[in-house]
Design a protein around this ligand. Sequence first.
Ligand code: CP3
Length: 339
Amino acid sequence: MKNDLFLRALKGEIVGRPPVWMMRQAGRYLPEFIAIREKYDFFTRCRTPELASEITVQPIRRFGMDAAILFSDILVIPQAMNIEVQMKPNFGPYLPNPIRNQKDVDAVIVPDIDETLGYVMEAIKVTKQMLNDEIPLIGFAGSPWTILCYCVQGQGSKTFDKAKEFCFTQPIAAHILLQKITDTTIAYLKEKVKAGVDVVQIFDSWGGMLSPVDYQEFSWKYINQIIEALKDDAPVIAFGKGCWFALEEMSNSNAAALGVDWTITPQIARKLTGNKITLQGNLDPTRLLSPPKEIKKLVTQMITDFGKDKYIVNLGHGILPNVPLDNVKAFIDAVKEYK
Ligand code: CP3
């Protein structure tokens, strides 16, 4: 690997500067992405290796991040499990037949990965060729809890109340569903590593919706199964939005790194994780709307606060669609200029 900064930071090695990438970097704030979106619907983009790989490398060409993340979506997993998922423009995910009882859970399958998600593996192979060993490629999956949120709620939500109600009133059915999602995700991520991804990240975007006790039961238990199953295949990054309350326990797992959001200071995140694990994050994505000069100051301070080692510069959640390109450039350049 010509630029192995990201892999070295995941191992906790001493580096000249930390690596940088952005969650959701392959997407909606880029004019070249919008041009492709106008021609092809969402799942066509995911299922066509030439499109998925092109979208993956678009941000790298423009800004030179230290890692690429494969263009896809966490919801290809429920799709492969026999649950219909639509992506509605200007609305987001829509699942017309949400899961609400044991009978619905029984109809969910643990699929053959090659048969249902072979197109992802093809996209990885094409992308690896395009990247030509310049930088590592990240593969990802949603956490079982975050996937359950969409499967039960049927769409995005501010509270995911139907998903939580399902877990709290039908816990046996909920755990069977979570285990099916976990088994599928483990097989899927193992195939992705075989196809060529260098690192995997688990997005627990809605983990912070749960209380600390419920988080253990409905989310972390399953994430940790995935980490244990994957740890010898590739480094695993666990990102839990709003999950600072679980950082101490997460730091005792076999994850290679933990993603943190912007509601925690670098100092407290380091304290909770005993300085023993690589951390990734955590600029407020809305801060990319600040003037470029201000962004550079914030990034420099963030690196100083986390420390340059055992650290991966990132946002605290996905980049927003309305961020100016010059501001993204300021974010990336500030890291590269760090001394
Ligand atoms: O990070 C990357 O650049 C790779 C691509 C990627 C997408 N989705 C592409 C996408 C990744 C890593 C995801 C993960 C994802 N998808 C998450 C976890 C991360 C997070 O943001 O919390 C979640 C919760 C989803 C589910 C999802 N997919 C939603 C809620 C939406 C609609 C709102 C939105 O983000 O725009 C999507 C659609 C989606 N996934 C788009 C993209 C580029 C936009 C729609 C489009 O391009 O037509």
